[in-house]
Design a protein around this ligand. Sequence first.
Ligand SMILES: [Zn+2]
Length: 172
Amino acid sequence: MTVRPIITAPDPRLKAVSAPVETVDDDLRALMDDMLQSMYAANGIGLAAIQVGVAKRVIVMDLAREGETPQPRYFVNPELVELSPEREVSEEGCLSVPDQYDKVERAARIRARYLDYDGTPRDIEAEGLLAVCLQHEMDHLDGLLFIDHLSKLKRDMILRRLAKARRQSAAE
Ligand SMILES: [Zn+2]
């Protein structure tokens, strides 16, 4: 397993629309293992393949709290089947938008279809953090970041802060 570097905004690769996976095989499982390790190494709770530069419709996630048993989850070719009309606002961050957080409104409950680590078709109903995280990660598969849900003013401000942080760390 390898920890792969995570791409940060405004890298144009983050805007790519990822391609569906054709078969869940050992190569794909190796990618998912790497993604999970990369996510843990960066203290994240979710990661889409494009964030390590691979344009495939694959997501890994672990919503266990610190001290709890790890609960890795894998979603291949996830599709939203149902979105509740009720919406909920919560604060989001993203490993590709480091150290920046803002409030995003999304469907409060969702139903999704996907293939698991073994390629078995699954159906999931989600609310709360799982619903937020799934919608956030599925956005990545279509080239969207959480900052794309914010006003242009807020988005530009965050991108400026990222550029400044990058300049500072380059100067160190
Ligand atoms: Zn993200």
